[in-house]
Design a protein around this ligand. Structure first.
Ligand SMILES: [Zn+2]
Length: 348
């Protein structure tokens, strides 16, 4: 009799039916939030530990990875994942959520934009990484193995870096596999941002995938990238766009109850044109993020340090200002603005 009762108790325990998910040192049990870290061993330079939280739902379902802080001064995206760690309730979730709030801790701690100050490399350009590279490459290798390979879907969050006055958008990067592309497109719509960049120039070699999201996509996992935040700020609007976006995708994937509040008529961006500076000096923006510009219209200017104009910044194409440099510091070859050229219609 006791044996039968024990058996019935085991059957009634979600942990019995839900396989345990191991991510780094976090061994997730169904119905619980588990904290741990992904170890990046030392090599040619120092090792590091990347914090991870696994929210293992009480019921089975897909594994969704949400990663932020590849660029450690894109604060809104990092704070959004901290908020998700707080908000996500395992009892309400079907499946598991792997949350990685801060990949690039040295960037965050030293307030260095764009790169990992340990080796000077962007932490979203060296995937799938390698075990014997510099810290950025070893971190990418560890994330590929511990996060990408263990999830079914991935959302890579970014947030407009210290020098970027950015309007929120997501990226949809089709792979040519129609079913996967349909799901990733639906994920971008479910995320809810009203501007979606169609990114067709991603690598196709899984061994040289460069970006985190591409690394997941090339392994057959429908995934997206989303970006909100700007210039070192942590605006509630931007943080909640990312929080609600992730929860919208979870509803679309049936990991949360309810239906996603999908964006109905987003602005689809066919491609992005980048304007770079001809000169080092002081940048003065003359338009705000999100403004629509004609080709050739003036969007700012650069002076030398004696206040002589050395460059008129003109839009390289007609479109929407996705971001414009937020700071006076300007160097030759640096980005002044990204202009999104609007697609003729929604992609099919
Ligand atoms: Zn970024």
């Amino acid at each position: 009799m006791a044996r039968i009762v024990l058996w019935l108790m085991l059957l009634a325990t979600p942990a019995f039916s839900q396989p345990v998910l191991h991510v780094g040192t976090a061994s997730a049990t169904a119905g619980l939030k588990t904290t741990g870290y992904i170890d990046v061993p030392s090599g040619v330079d120092a090792g590091m530990r990347i914090p991870v939280v696994v929210v293992a739902g009480a019921r089975p379902g897909p594994a969704l990875a949400i990663v932020s802080g590849a660029h450690g001064t894109e604060y809104a995206s990092i704070i959004a994942v901290e908020k998700l760690i707080e908000l996500l309730d395992p009892q309400q979730i079907s499946g598991s959520v792997i949350l990685v709030p801060l990949v690039n801790q040295a960037s965050f701690e030293q307030k260095v934009p764009h790169v990992n100050p340990i080796d000077g490399k962007s932490m979203n350009r060296f995937y799938p990484g390698k075990p014997d590279g510099t810290q950025t490459e070893r971190a990418a290798y560890a994330i590929t193995r511990e996060v990408v390979e263990k999830c079914d879907h991935l959302i890579d969050l970014h947030g407009g870096d210290l020098d970027e006055n950015l309007r929120p958008y997501s990226y949809w990067a089709p792979t040519g596999k129609s079913e996967q592309d349909r799901i990733s497109r639906d994920m971008a719509l479910a995320f809810g941002l009203d501007t979606i960049i169609i990114s067709r120039d991603r690598p196709s070699d899984p061994n040289a995938s460069k970006y985190l999201e591409t690394t997941a996509s090339l392994r057959g996992k429908a995934s997206i990238t989303a970006e909100a935040g700007r210039a070192g700020r942590v605006d509630t609007d931007d943080v909640m766009r990312l929080v609600n976006g992730c929860m919208g995708v979870m509803r679309y994937l049936k990991m949360l109850a309810g239906s996603a509040d999908a964006v109905q008529h987003p602005v689809w961006i066919d491609h992005v044109e980048t304007l770079t500076s001809d000169a080092t000096g002081i940048f003065y923006p003359e338009v705000d993020r999100g403004v629509y510009v004609e080709k050739g219209s003036r969007i700012g200017h650069v002076t030398d340090y004696t206040n002589r104009t050395v460059m008129e910044a003109r839009a390289p194409a007609a479109g929407v200002v996705l971001y414009i440099c937020a700071l006076p510091s300007m160097t030759k070859g640096a980005t002044i603005a990204n202009i999104g050229v609007i697609a003729a219609g929604a992609p099919q």
